[in-house]
Design a protein around this ligand. Structure first.
Ligand code: SF4
Length: 421
């Protein structure tokens, strides 16, 4: 079984931990941060072309009935398929030791950001407005309203974010920091500005931004000028009725068209392959998901597809997890659609993602690539080499003296008092 297919098996079924596996002691502490999707066990699956990183569900109800069992032996860890006895070697990814350190302000670094694969993910801004009141507008799969302020810091100051990103870069080789936030109105994305500016000036990393679409698309010119390298839009479901049902806040306060317009617009502003449209697979019919993937790639963005995870505590907790055979069809299409529409993928250095299979991961699902596919892989390999100097430039700190700690502290404070949920 190739590592991409094994990833889908584990995402769909989850993994049971053998009592003697020692996984609890050696592996990552299970962390429920951001939308709650990183709440599993971080593992690495060796493959012929690359090592895949994966955050495997172990805590959720469906994982308790998984046919997959984690075992340990003299030669390391293995995941075993109890249906037929086959075994696959994997590694557990331990937490970096800096998780337990504190910023100069006293914040635990892992309360600021966590590794999700080889990149650093940080939720900034206030608790999503869709969680206000009874939380009935919140997305059905999301647990952000329960995580922020509990499993992670309620407010992240710019200083804390810069410190954590610098440590992650120096000691874990992080090249990419991904900032996300919840809904805070039509100008949500401006929450990111001071963080992006500081990361670019003082740390020197690639920065991705994920926020609800701005009402004024000129906001993305500002983001580009600040140095943002990647923007992503979680529009979740392609069928507007499914979106309305499971993500009422997004459907009513923002509307699906705003997401689609922003994806298309940003593919022009940031360039092909620098924008992603994010959807969830395994809830709406597979044909709808395939249409979404083709549409996203057709406008020059790349599809980021999440295998639906019925996360503990989410409104969708009791839904079944998807079928891995169906997910294989979906993820083959992720790779094929990017190839068909010539969306470059996998060019940025040092980014492996554990929450989803990236288009580059999906290449491993095509075990006997036809000629056109092999030519596309060769073109991407050349593109990686050609793009390397530009990425190196973008990862140099810009070193500006314009920011001082008093402006940092006052801006963090004004954010924390902007809205209470
Ligand atoms: S917009 Fe939806 S997914 Fe994002 S934080 Fe709010 S409720 Fe969660």
């Amino acid at each position: 079984m190739n590592p991409a297919r094994l990833s889908l098996e584990l995402l769909c079924h989850g993994l049971r931990l053998d009592a003697g596996s020692g996984a609890d002691a050696r592996a990552t502490v299970l962390r429920r941060t951001r939308a709650g999707l990183g709440s599993g066990l971080e593992i690495a699956i060796p493959g012929a072309r690359k090592t895949h990183r994966l955050n495997v569900p172990v805590d959720e109800q469906f994982a308790q009935a998984s046919p997959w069992l984690l075992r340990t032996g003299a030669d390391g860890y293995r995941v075993c398929d109890t249906r037929d006895g086959t075994e696959h070697a994997i590694d557990l990814v331990a937490d970096p030791e800096w998780y337990d350190e504190r910023t100069p302000a006293g914040t635990l670094l892992s309360d600021v950001g966590v590794l999700q694969g080889t990149y650093l993910g940080i939720y900034v801004g206030d608790v999503c407005a869709f969680w206000s009141g009874s939380g009935s507008s919140a997305c059905g799969f999301c647990t952000t309203g329960r995580n922020v302020g509990h499993d992670e810091a309620l407010q992240k100051s710019v200083d804390d974010v810069v410190h954590t990103a610098r440590v992650a870069k120096e000691r874990s080789g992080v090249t990419f920091v991904h900032l996300n936030t919840g809904y805070a109105g039509p100008d949500t994305v401006s929450v990111m500005h001071r963080y992006v500016r500081a990361l670019k000036e003082e740390v020197g990393v690639l920065v991705g931004v994920q926020a609800t679409p701005a009402a004024d698309l000129a906001a993305y010119d500002t983001l580009r000028d600040l140095g943002v390298d990647h923007v992503s839009f979680c529009y979740e479901f392609h069928d507007p009725e499914v979106l309305e049902h499971w993500c009422p806040g997004k459907a009513r306060a923002i509307g699906q068209d705003a997401y689609l317009d922003a994806i298309e617009h940003c593919a022009g502003v940031f360039g092909r392959g620098a924008v992603s449209g994010e959807i969830i697979a395994g809830v709406e019919p597979i044909e709808t998901t395939l249409r979404a993937i083709d549409w996203i790639a057709s406008v020059g963005a790349f599809p980021t597809v999440c295998v639906f995870r019925p996360t503990r505590g989410a409104r969708m907790e009791s839904l079944p997890s998807p079928d891995p055979d169906e997910m294989e069809v979906v993820f083959r299409e992720v790779w094929n659609a990017c190839r068909r529409h010539r969306v470059p993928v996998g060019l940025a250095p040092g980014i492996e993602v554990s929450l989803v299979l990236t288009p580059d991961d999906c290449a491993d699902l095509i075990e006997k690539p036809p000629l056109g596919d092999r030519l596309w892989r060769a073109a991407l390999a050349v593109g990686r080499i050609a793009a390397a100097p530009a990425f190196r430039r973008r990862m140099r700190p810009r070193n500006s003296s314009t920011r001082n700690s008093s402006t940092r502290n006052s801006s963090a404070q004004s954010s924390s008092t902007r809205r209470t949920d």
